[in-house]
Design a protein around this ligand. Structure first.
Ligand SMILES: *[C@@H]1O[C@H](CO)[C@@H](O)[C@H](O)[C@H]1NC(C)=O
Ligand SMILES: *[C@@H]1O[C@H](CO)[C@@H](O)[C@H](O)[C@H]1NC(C)=O
Ligand SMILES: *[C@@H]1O[C@H](CO)[C@@H](O)[C@H](O)[C@H]1NC(C)=O
Ligand SMILES: *[C@@H]1O[C@H](CO)[C@@H](O)[C@H](O)[C@H]1NC(C)=O
Length: 507
């Protein structure tokens, strides 16, 4: 907690430069757009830096003391940076001027060195991002309104489900306008470029397949990309490389090490940013452990993970929480919708096998104990699980062996107010969504008080929360093909925000 708070307060002075330098690379971490769309205490997390076991030399500093140290390092191009108020907000120094000035453009063209061209590419990319940042900042500052005032023919973000509807909307529109992703072509299916779209891990497969297709964000030109996708599937690697019962994850780790080594020797992009503009994603419990085989991926890369456990090194300012969606058939038909609040007789509902410590506490405390808080390890014959979700007021979503629970999205689909029972979990899209407005979060130690806590929520407040659950549903819906503001676009938006938070350029 302490480290995180210090980080936030430093950031709020808008003067934090985190500097990661290798021989040819300077990477400045910008004081985040993420923190802007967020409020300080919203995550309620404790970032224990001691759990970040893999810290190679030259990696992103994680403790506040190292941040203080790098803060004093003056970037070599400081002469071009206006440090008086909010340096991170400026379009990168003269880059904007360079791009606009014909004369200098010609200088670039006449000096044919590869290096100059690369700088120009990087500057162009960063100038795009800087413009987007400035525009989002401006939208955020202007709005004290709960409704976005930006035009949109599909959907206008409004209401307390958002931290800042206007900032989110602007950011979303900027993403649509600007954001480009390059997918490395190296690697063969099934472990690369492929995934499973049914099962509890469906979002991993769905996202990989979607990125393989033509889509508005994908670019075939790596020089136009803002981020680079590492298209491996941890679920598939487990399927093909893991010997059941062996507890041996090394073959999976070696595959990832090899992959990074191939793309970092074949292309300049990884070395340029030390991985900070690259992303991986995984819904498998082993996503975090797999990423740890490449320290730069773990420490610098954008990791989109279902297992968003801050005690396992999940870092919400650079990693993104990935929703876990259990698609038994690969389809969402039949999952969406539930009864109105007046036709929800059960106060709270959970059914699931004993999976880890938190569930065992829940079952121990509540199974067969209470008619209003219905907790089952196995539902009685003839009772439909999805019907139970539709007629309960609150749906309990405890962590299992890992922090994420597919029940959160199940509850949102069934228009049941989710009750997150977890420690160290960052829910998806928390950089833009205000989870407190449509869910209840109960720390594990309060499991005995579940009923008191839920009964303490007034009928009026409940009706408001339930309405907001319906409103937020669109951000979790899987569409084929994807539709604006749905889960696919929201995941891309999470990655977009994290890319906006950093700035990469060459020395
Ligand atoms: C730096 O920014 C401040 C505040 O925005 C402005 O007043 C000042 O003129 C700028 N200085 C330079 C050198 O651009
Ligand atoms: C908030 O937005 C609504 C709808 O666009 C508008 O009518 C109202 O004037 C705005 N209020 C403020 C304080 O900007
Ligand atoms: C990136 O760095 C690695 C390790 O330092 C090196 O082996 C590789 O050749 C570099 N890649 C490029 C494209 O220069
Ligand atoms: C989160 O990570 C910590 C540290 O590895 C672990 O002890 C804890 O069990 C994890 N939480 C869950 C629910 O898996």
């Amino acid at each position: 907690m302490r480290h995180y708070n210090q980080l936030v307060s430093l950031v709020s002075f808008s003067s934090l430069f985190m500097l990661i330098s290798s021989i040819a690379v300077l990477l400045i971490v910008v004081s985040g757009i993420i923190f802007m769309l967020t409020s300080e205490n919203s995550y309620g997390i404790s970032l224990s830096s001691s759990s970040l076991t893999l810290k190679p030399a030259g990696s992103v500093p994680t403790s506040s003391s190292s941040i203080n140290k790098v803060d004093k390092i003056v970037p070599s191009d400081s002469s071009t940076t206006n440090s008086s108020s909010s340096p991170v907000l400026l379009l990168h120094g003269h880059s904007n001027l360079l791009l606009k000035s014909k004369g200098l453009d010609q200088v670039f063209k006449s000096s044919r060195s590869v290096k100059t061209k690369r700088i120009s590419k990087q500057e162009r990319i960063e100038a795009d991002l800087a413009r987007a940042r400035a525009s989002i900042r401006e939208a955020a500052a202007r709005s004290r309104n709960l409704t976005s005032t930006l035009p949109d023919s599909d959907y206008i973000p409004r209401g307390p489900i958002y931290r800042n509807p206007q900032a989110f909307h602007r950011s979303y529109l900027e993403m649509e306008k600007v954001f480009k992703i390059f997918v490395y072509e190296e690697g063969e299916p099934p472990m690369f470029h492929s995934g499973i779209c049914k099962s509890i891990y469906s979002t991993e497969g769905l996202f990989i397949h979607e990125m393989e297709k033509k889509n508005p964000y994908r670019t075939k030109d790596p020089n136009k990309a803002h981020v680079y996708f590492l298209p491996f599937s941890v679920v598939m690697m487990v399927e093909y490389l893991y010997v059941p019962g062996s507890h041996e994850i090394n073959p999976i780790g070696r595959t990832v090490i090899d992959y990074i080594s191939v793309i970092s020797s074949k292309y300049p992009y990884w070395n340029q940013s030390l991985g900070a503009d690259h992303f991986m994603l995984s819904c498998h419990d082993w996503g975090p452990r797999t990423s740890a085989f490449v320290p730069q991926l773990f420490n610098n890369g954008i990791r989109v993970l279902c297992n968003a456990n801050t005690s396992e090194g999940f870092n919400p300012s650079k990693d993104a929480s990935f929703p876990e969606i259990h698609l038994r058939t690969g389809e969402i038909t039949g999952l969406i919708g539930g009864h109105s609040p007046s036709r929800r007789p059960i106060v709270a509902f959970f059914a699931g096998r004993l999976h880890g410590q938190i569930r065992s506490l829940l079952l121990e405390q509540w199974k067969d104990k209470d008619r209003e808080v219905q907790v089952y390890d196995q539902l009685p014959d003839g009772v439909s699980y999805s019907e139970m979700l539709k007629k309960s007021r609150f749906c309990l979503c405890p962590s299992g062996y890992e922090v994420a629970s597919p029940r959160i999205v199940e509850a949102i689909y069934a228009e049941c107010v989710p009750v997150l029972i977890s420690d160290h979990y960052i829910p998806p899209f928390s950089d833009v969504l205000n989870w407190k407005s449509f869910s209840v979060q109960i720390p594990v130690r309060d499991i005995p008080n579940i009923k008191t806590i839920l009964m303490g929520i007034s009928q009026r407040q409940y009706i408001r929360m339930q309405r907001r659950v319906k409103q937020v549903q669109r951000h979790f819906v899987v569409n084929a093909p994807p539709k604006r503001f749905d889960v696919f676009h929201m995941i891309i938006h999470s990655i977009w925000l994290r890319r906006l938070n950093i700035r990469i350029h060459e020395l």
